[in-house]
Write a protein that binds this ligand. Sequence first.
Ligand code: NDP
Length: 325
Amino acid sequence: GKKYILSKAFSGQANDDNFQLVEFDLPDELKEGEVLCQAVYLSVDPYMRLFPNTEGSPVIGEQLAEVIKTRNGEFPLATLVLTKAGWQSHFISNGEGLNPIRFDLGATPISYTLGALGMPGATAYFGLKKCDPKPNEIICVSAAAGAVGSLVGQLAKIQGLTVIGFVGSEDKLNWCKELGFDHVFNYKSSNFGEALSQVAPNGVDIYFDNVGGDYYHTIINKHMRKGGRVLVCGSIQTYQDKDTRKYDATNVSVLMNELSIYGFMCYSYYEQWPIAFTEMNKLIQEGRLKVKEQVYTGFENMKEAFLGLFKGDNVGKAVVKTVNS
Ligand code: NDP
């Protein structure tokens, strides 16, 4: 098997030096109760930069794996499981932490269980719900062409909101327009504050924040309507920063405008995920919810796929498909 270990703890911007690809032997025989799994799709997500990664251990992460050898009756051959086995092409498990897919996928591709019908999908669905969206309200979403953002915008459109999205490239901008977002801006070629003032001169009702940093502070300070809600979903702009405390005025605006700022953790809703996925899968099959994946092929591309998240390389959900690995 192959695995990526964290060869050097993250500090500041993650780069090639943080990762090392190593090969390891797998035992010839399994013990009673064990299964051998092979990664089929691995997920790369921004949180992997943020959460503790121990030097020398496989980099943390979720994958969709197939049982390719088994001595455990609960997991017959060819069972597909979702599991947090980290960046490994193969691993042996006693069955603990192996989760079969908990809803009917139908004709939907299995890789979506890491994206629209997985952790990012649950984030979009329950995060938006937490914002208490109402028809005709205005929602602003950052990283709008990403795994979470693209779903947030589409779900908000379905619920009758006006959607404003910010993205980092023209391709992403065009895709979000195809998805029916009302206003989309490339923050690299326009000033997002000015753009927002133009299309929402009275401010927005909801800010679904995937980016943090400048966005978070500028939007809360200058672009929220009274009674507005802000969901702190992600803060990718600051994950690689050493100094994240440069703004203090924001709280004044929170106070004056009686804003509600919600912290959000998708796993708090874990028991309800299958309900969300059943609903979203129906929308996908009806063609009302569009999904894009950025598929990297080959286990050795894990690093590139992950580092790409911080450069904006991905449109939609970034996954790695492992072939012959
Ligand atoms: P994405 O698919 O959106 O990928 C990350 C995107 O972020 C990039 O493509 C890029 O898009 C944008 N980006 C990267 N660096 C910067 C930067 N410095 N400034 C502005 N934009 C940047 O990732 P996900 O959809 O998986 O995650 C989106 C956010 O949601 C992340 O912050 C993540 O941590 C968070 N999250 C939170 C969860 C929770 O439970 N709270 C669960 C899942 C995700 P662009 O080219 O448009 O800049």
